[in-house]
Design a protein around this ligand. Sequence first.
Ligand code: FAD
Ligand code: EPU
Length: 281
Amino acid sequence: MSHVSVRRIALSELTTLKVGGPAELWEVEDVEGLTEATQAAYRILGAGSNLLVADAGVPERVIRLGRAFNDIARMTGERELWLGAATPLPGLVRRAQRLGLSGLEGLLGVPAVLGGAVAMNAGTRFGEMSDTLQEVEVFVGGALERLPADALDLSYRHAQLPQGAVVVRARLRLTASDPSAVQARMDEVDAARKGQPKIKSAGCAFKNPPGDSAGRVIDAAGLKGLRVGDAMVALEHGNFIVNLGHASARDVCRLLVMIQERTPVPLALEWRRWGFDTGGA
Ligand code: FAD
Ligand code: EPU
């Protein structure tokens, strides 16, 4: 098996917002592949569900962990387990429920892979990645290294990884529970997400300001339905920007600025932006 495959792609194909220009995708299958891919400037792509990528794309290599890092099939019911960073979170949450393992229910509906969920400390008010994360294995400075979760400064939508570190695996600790009890908690999370839009987006654009919801603030300012090109503030939830078809990063950026100008509370971006420091849209 080859360690790495390289191809040119449009990042709009690999982001949930369906926005973003060209890049060189380095899909790696093992540590040798990572060693090769990290010989020049790079970025790390998970499921692309929290990214706004410039229309001009990015000049850096975009590294994505391949199938060899997807351990969904290896989940067998142990409470303490190491899983590869390309394991899809939705499958992980469902499989944990079937196996009678609790701890991941709050992450229902987060369309990430495990590495991206760790890097963002993804979560909802029902629970976040840090609840179960014990340790990570990262590839950094050309070698694998283990870091305890305590060393990552995990907080609301934040993890402090060493510069350039690629999360390769994560060790989670789950608790044994009745599958129907796990399902009941998942139903609760699902119900709380019912008001979120179903069309192309990158989740919430802004972090919630302390004690409030950015969605509520944007809604109260009357901005639902505000539109630049095909980028629109969702009608269902003010903190989602949806792509109605052919939105560009430039459209999305203009809409973000308009929202920030028209809301009374400072709103900080939750999304990661790629390519804007290099003259992109
Ligand atoms: P990406 O978006 O690909 O990357 C995000 C960041 O993580 C980038 O900086 C990237 O470089 C870094 N990264 C990715 N993989 C690795 C790795 N292996 N090693 C090191 N760094 C890495 N988020 C929530 O927290 N709660 C929600 O309820 C929620 N709901 C959402 C609903 C929808 C419909 C959508 C589209 C998104 C939602 N999000 C939510 C946002 C998003 O799913 C999370 O931020 C998620 O953690 C991003 O993971 P990803 O794998 O897609 O990472
Ligand atoms: N609200 C409005 N109008 C809106 C949106 C929300 O009035 O347009 C009100 C709701 O009625 C509710 C309150 O604001 O009273 C909170 O809304 P919601 O329950 O939707 O939660 P949120 O704070 O807006 C957060 C996360 C979501 C996560 C949900 C569910 C952030 C930025 N957002 O949203 O995460 O799915 O809770 O727990 O923390 C994400 O991070 O990408 C994301 C989608």
